[in-house]
Design a protein around this ligand. Structure first.
Ligand SMILES: C[S@@+](CC[C@H](N)C(=O)[O-])C[C@H]1O[C@@H](n2cnc3c(N)ncnc32)[C@H](O)[C@@H]1O
Length: 249
């Protein structure tokens, strides 16, 4: 996969191209990265690509022509149809399902806004999709773009050492992940559930599934409403509800 980012701060992307799982995967050629700085398409000597908003008001707006030139440049590097995604607080909320969909793409172009945002005409003309990382505003699209990239890249086969670890993560099967423990056995007066040290893989798998269901019910009941349960999960959920009724009575 080729990911291209249109950004005023290409160096920020070092944190995803150089470090950790995504950095290793890039070095092993599972994905490639290219940053395109729209300043190189500025029409003035100082490299400005922003101007004051028509109608007045605070802040600056990124201009359409240099961003269009950057998108055109990015498209030259791709063979197929590369989706242009604008990271924006006004976009559709990002989630696991969207990361699965984007992981199928051969290339992506991620447009990172700054200042008060981008001239609306560029968005209408050249952006295929707007994606938000949540109902809050950050200063630029770079961190949201890197979050999207990380979530997408870890789904590409080979990027994670052990593909099972992505499959076991929260949301991948519509449930939150179960709790995890490692050494030491004792910490702050707390120990590790006996079952995890029993060596009985059937019991461990069932305990983990029950914990996942319990957590999802407590923290994200909306996920359970959207998901159909297999008979084993229905049985475990009934057990959980019965245990909860017993505690309350
Ligand atoms: C200060 S914000 C501009 C916010 C804009 N005035 C608005 O209220 O919609 C600058 C840039 O940060 C990025 N950004 C901010 N919050 C974001 C979020 N929740 N998700 C994705 N991108 C975001 C966008 O690229 C945006 O153009």
């Amino acid at each position: 996969m080729l990911i291209q980012s249109i950004t005023l701060f290409p160096e920020m992307f070092d944190s995803i191209t150089e470090y950790g799982v995504t950095g290793r995967a890039r070095k092993q050629n599972f994905w490639q990265f290219k940053a395109i700085n729209p300043r190189q398409f500025s029409d003035n000597k100082l490299g400005y690509i922003d101007d004051r908003p028509f109608g007045g008001g605070p802040g600056m707006i990124m201009q359409a022509p240099p961003l269009q030139a950057a998108i055109d440049e990015a498209k030259k590097n791709t063979t197929g149809n590369s989706k242009v995604i604008y990271l924006s607080p006004q976009g559709t909320l990002f989630n696991h399902q969207k990361s699965v969909e984007l992981a199928q793409a051969e290339s992506l172009i991620l447009l990172c806004g700054r200042y008060e945002g981008i001239d609306e005409r560029l968005l209408q003309h050249s952006v295929d999709e707007e994606i938000s990382m949540g109902d809050f505003v950050v200063s630029g699209g770079e961190l949201p773009a890197m979050m999207l990239m990380d979530a997408v890249l870890r789904l590409i086969p080979g990027v994670l050492g052990d593909i099972q670890s992505a499959e076991q993560d929260s949301f991948s099967d519509g449930l939150l992940d179960c709790p995890h423990y490692t050494k030491p056995l004792e910490f702050q007066g707390m120990t590790v559930p006996d079952v995890l040290r029993s060596g009985n893989h059937g019991l461990i798998a069932e305990w983990r599934l029950k914990q996942s269901l319990q957590r999802t019910l407590a923290r994200r009941p909306d996920l359970l409403e959207k998901r159909s349960l297999i008979p084993k999960e229905t049985r475990l959920l009934q057990e959980i509800l019965a245990e909860q009724r017993e505690i309350q009575s």
